[in-house]
Design a binder for this molecule. Sequence first.
Ligand code: GLC
Length: 535
Amino acid sequence: MRDHSQDQAKWWQQGVIYQIYPRSFVDSNGDGVGDLPGITGQLDYLRWLGVDAIWLSPIYPSPMADFGYDVANYTDIDPLFGNLDDFDELLVRAHGYGLRVILDFVPNHTSDQHPWFTQSRSSRANPRRDWYIWRDAKPDGSPPNNWLSDFGGSAWTWDERTGQYYLHSFLPEQPDLNWRNPHVRAAMLDVLRFWLGRGVDGFRVDVIGFLLKDDQFRDEPPNPNYVAGKDSPGDALLRLYSRHQPGVHEIIRSFRRVLDEYEGRVSIGEISSRLSLSAQTAFYGDGDELHLPFNFGLIHLPWQAAAISRFVDVYEVALPTRAWPNYVLGNHDQPRLASRVGIAQARVGAMLLLTLRGTPFVYYGDEIGMHDVEILPDQVKDPFEKRIPGKGRDPQRTPMQWSAEPHAGFSIAEPWLPVAPDYPTVNVAAQRDNSTSMLHLYQRLMQYRKMTPALNVGSYRSLMSTADDCFVYLRQFGGQRRLIVLNFSAAEQTLTLSGLGEGRIVISTYLDREETTNLTSLYLRSYEGCIIELV
Ligand code: GLC
């Protein structure tokens, strides 16, 4: 069934976006680090799985102080990953399969090795001096204000040669650009055009709310809710002045105007889930800012039906008219879904993510239930872990588990991070052969979502449930109705859903059940979710 409103839906609304952490996807040249030809070689897999777009974490030349989030050249590819020809090949092949390609755009900061910064720090008189944020020391020599880096310590580093401090919201190797400078803005918009002209389908914009800083550089007050040892050190202050300044919306509109010079491109932005919902949805602007400001809400909630259903309902209501929702259950900065909620619950998570109204983001490896991998002290790579033990993100960035071959089929060499010890059984090849595996669940859900307008564009309404541990909702498009029933508890449940008559279970998270059932007495097993066709 198609009608006008489905035809109007954009690919990034109907589709599923799959995040690839390129270092860890496939290593084609045996150096232990994933690369672009490796990704190209797995496009068949991604098409089989049913994703519609891939988002690549940064692939630009970088000293890798923060594994690519420290960019030394915005318009080239790091040799570790390949070159521009490899990228073009990936793009053409992906497009040939109907897969879109989204790049990470890191506008808040560059690498300290970026020529812009080496020029900026060369002398106070350099024309690029003002491309970064330089301030004098206080009379006692201390930093200009109390701002903190997200990775610990002051956000200011002293530059001996030119006798000033420069600002970095993250590592000292990641100096913040000065977005008040019009030349910076123009240069960065040209970066977007460079990639859009090559055919890139959109961008995921890194820490978009950080771009502007208070022009008076006022000290930030202490955060009264800060728990030392638990929270990140950067959270010790209320970030009133170092981020989320109102002018950032004008910058985002300028990104959007560039995107709109091209057909059908998408803008996704990393924003903090700690902002109020209204501050988060403000990033949609008046339909002239981001298409998809990331919604990380589900990652931080207790994994309970009541908390999750309440959150979804509140988010649905908070969305501005015509703003399109999105949901994320994992990424390269967060512990893996399977580790947070358990492997049985992760199947419920998959059904939730792929049946809510809004664009789902799937993190590579979640489709086979990869979990956080223990990283021994001498294996640590993430600078965050090196600076603040316990905060590291290496556990969720380990190599994709393709097969039972050595190194999980990821590489012929020792990978840059260890492979999960369970890879001989938890891998793509084994799960493709097992019709009830997590992988088949993801594949079924994605294929079913694709062919079912009620799921990919339909409306959402939560239903009262007789069991507190279950989340029940209806997705509807025209006369097509699908009921989603998710049991978040270890206990079996029998639900009474009156007034709905009979339904047909088309997918159970166990992948072993397709049957007609009377909804006045719907039986669910422990951690079972079902998609039910209503007639
Ligand atoms: C974003 C990225 C994170 C990176 C940080 C600094 O939060 O997701 O991985 O470390 O920005 O660029």
